[in-house]
Design a protein around this ligand. Structure first.
Ligand code: GLN
Length: 489
C-alpha cells in the first residue's frame, strides 16, 4: 500500500479490514491521528469521539475474529454533520439554542451506517441549522478549506466536505436543502450526492425545510458514494416520505461506459453569471462525455431564474414552522433571566438563534401570514410546479442534465457575510434540484489557476441516481482529472 491510509477510499479500507490486511482498530487510530495532525488547521470536527470510535472498531474486529461476515463499510471512518441525531455526543446544529442538546435516539442513517460496521469518528461543522453556503454561520468555530486555508469550505455541510478532503475521514454524511452537500463538495474537491427526495430516511435529521431536506454522502470517490447510498437508502416506517422501492445496488451502475447516455446542457446555466474558469472546466467535462460516446443535447429550463426567489420563500416558510419548537420549553437553551413564559420565549429565541436563522424565521413568518400568503407562499408553490415541469420536459430529451455546481470557486472569509443576497446566489445552480425533488451529484472537474476545486453538477429523473453515478464514474475514470491531495496534506 503506497498511499497513506487517510487517502485510501472507503472501499479500499473496507477491503483491507475484510481481508484481515488491516484491523478496524488500526484504521480508526490512523484517522484519529490524522485528525490530531490536520484538524488544528482545518477545524472540520466539532466533536471527536475517540473512546466510542475505538470501542466501535474493537467490536468490528471482534466480529472478524469470530468469523462473522463484516458489513459493507467495515472499519471505514465516518464524520457526521452536527444536525444528525446521535445518542453519542451532542446534536447542536451548530446553534447556541441546541448547544448541549443530547438526542435520546440515533437517526435512521446513523443506525444503518453502524449496522454496516462503519466507525463514527465524531461530528463535523456546519452553518447554524444548515442555513448558509460557507459554514461561516456556525456558532461553534470557523472551518477552513483544505485547498486554501484563507477560504471557506462552502456550506452548509462545510465540515463534512473539509474533513473528507483533508483525509480526516473517508465518508461524511451531510444534508442538502438547496445545495448543502453539492456546493461544499465542489468547493473542497469531493464527490457529493443529494439523493432523490424520499430516497433516504430523514428520521433523526433536525428539520430545516421538510419538503426539500435530504441526507447524503460526501466522499473522495464515486464508488464510495454508491456504497454509502446502498447502506443509507430505503424505506423507513419512521419517515412517511421515504420511498418504498426495491433495494438497488448502486455500484452496478459503475460501468465506466456512457455510450448512448443523453446528456442535456441547459442554456440557462451557461450565462455571464458563470465564472469563466468554472465554465471552461465544465465544458471540458462535457467534452469527455462526448468523446466517450454520450450524446450531448441542448435543453432549456425557462423558469431557472425564479429558483432562488421561490426557494427563499418556501424554505423560510418551512423553517419558521420547524424552528418554532425551539422555545426554551422542551429542548436545549432556556434563557435564565426570564420571569414569565412570554419573556422566556422572547429571550430564549433572541439569544439562542443567530442572525441568519432569525432572518429566515421572520421572512418565513411573513410569507405565511394572512394577507401575504397568496402573494408569496402560494405563488411560490405554483412557480415550484413550473420549475418541476421544466425538468420533466427536459428529461424527455435527455437522461442526465449537466452544468456547474457553483457559479464561483471558494472565496475568502468575510467577503459575503455582509450581503445575504450575494451568499444566496452561491446556490443558483443547486436549488432547483431540491425544488423539483431530483437527485443531484457534484464531482470534481479541475482546479482553477489559483488552485481551488471546480465542481461539475449532474441531475437526473427522480430515483435515477444510477444514471448520475454512471456518468460521474465514467468522468472520474476517463477524464484524467486528478485533483490530488490538497496543500494541507
Ligand atoms: N445555502 C442554502 C441556504 O442557505 C442551502 C442550504 C442547505 O442546502 N441546507 O439555505
Amino acid at each position: 500500500m503506497n498511499t497513506p491510509w487517510h487517502y485510501q477510499s472507503a472501499r479500499e479500507i473496507r477491503d483491507a479490514v475484510r481481508s484481515g490486511a488491516a484491523s478496524a482498530t488500526a484504521m480508526t487510530e490512523w484517522h484519529l491521528d490524522r485528525i490530531a495532525e490536520v484538524d488544528p488547521l482545518v477545524d472540520a470536527f466539532t466533536q471527536v469521539w475517540r473512546d466510542e470510535a475505538l470501542a466501535q472498531a474493537a467490536a468490528v474486529d471482534e466480529k472478524a475474529r469470530r468469523g462473522d461476515a463484516l458489513g459493507p463499510l467495515a472499519g471505514v471512518p465516518v464524520g457526521l454533520k452536527e444536525l444528525l441525531c446521535t445518542r453519542t455526543g451532542t446534536t447542536s446544529c451548530a446553534s447556541k439554542i441546541l448547544k448541549d442538546f443530547r438526542s435520546p435516539y440515533d437517526g435512521t442513517v446513523v443506525k444503518r451506517m453502524a449496522a454496516a460496521d462503519a466507525v463514527f469518528l465524531g461530528k463535523v461543522n456546519m452553518d447554524e441549522f444548515a442555513m448558509g453556503s460557507s459554514t461561516e454561520r456556525s456558532t461553534i468555530k470557523v472551518t477552513r478549506n483544505p485547498w486554501n486555508l484563507k477560504c471557506v469550505p462552502g456550506g452548509s455541510s462545510g465540515g463534512s466536505a473539509a474533513a473528507v478532503s483533508a483525509g480526516e475521514c473517508a465518508i461524511s454524511l451531510g444534508s442538502d436543502t438547496g445545495g448543502s452537500i453539492r456546493q461544499p463538495a465542489a468547493m473542497c474537491g469531493c464527490v457529493g450526492i443529494k439523493p432523490t427526495y424520499g430516497r433516504v430516511s430523514r428520521y433523526g435529521l433536525v428539520a430545516f425545510a421538510s419538503s426539500l431536506d435530504q441526507i447524503g454522502p460526501l466522499t473522495r470517490t464515486v464508488e464510495d458514494a454508491a456504497l454509502t447510498l446502498n447502506v443509507i437508502c430505503g424505506r423507513d416506517p419512521l419517515d412517511s416520505t421515504s420511498a418504498d422501492l426495491p433495494a438497488e445496488d448502486f455500484t452496478a451502475a459503475l460501468t465506466g461506459d456512457v455510450r448512448g447516455l443523453r446528456i442535456g446542457l441547459p442554456a440557462e446555466y451557461f450565462t455571464d453569471a458563470l465564472n469563466t474558469e468554472m465554465r471552461e472546466k465544465v465544458e471540458a467535462a462535457v467534452d469527455v462525455f462526448r468523446r466517450e460516446g454520450a450524446e450531448i443535447v441542448p435543453v432549456s429550463l425557462p423558469h431557472a431564474n425564479y429558483a432562488i426567489a421561490v426557494y427563499y420563500i418556501i424554505c423560510t416558510a418551512e423553517a419558521s414552522a420547524n424552528l418554532a419548537r425551539f422555545d426554551g420549553v422542551r429542548y436545549g437553551f432556556r434563557h435564565p433571566a426570564a420571569k414569565s413564559v412570554e419573556e422566556m420565549y422572547v429571550l430564549t429565541k433572541s439569544e439562542g438563534f443567530g442572525p441568519e436563522v432569525k432572518r429566515r424565521i421572520m421572512l418565513g413568518t411573513y410569507v405565511l401570514s394572512s394577507g401575504y400568503y397568496d402573494a408569496y407562499y402560494l405563488k411560490a408553490q405554483k412557480v415550484r410546479r413550473l420549475i418541476k415541469r421544466d425538468f420533466d420536459e427536459a428529461f424527455e430529451k435527455c437522461d442526465v442534465i449537466a452544468g456547474p455546481t457553483s457559479p464561483i470557486p471558494s472565496f475568502e472569509f468575510g467577503t459575503k457575510t455582509d450581503n445575504p443576497l450575494e451568499m444566496y446566489l452561491a446556490d443558483i445552480y443547486t436549488i432547483s434540484t431540491n425544488l423539483a425533488t431530483l437527485p443531484g451529484i457534484s464531482i470534481p472537474c479541475g482546479l482553477t489557476a489559483s488552485g481551488l476545486p471546480a465542481g461539475l453538477q449532474m441531475m437526473a429523473r427522480p430515483f435515477n441516481e444510477a444514471a448520475l453515478l454512471r456518468a460521474a464514474h465514467c468522468h472520474e475514470q476517463k477524464s484524467g482529472v486528478r485533483l490530488g491531495e490538497p496543500p494541507v496534506a
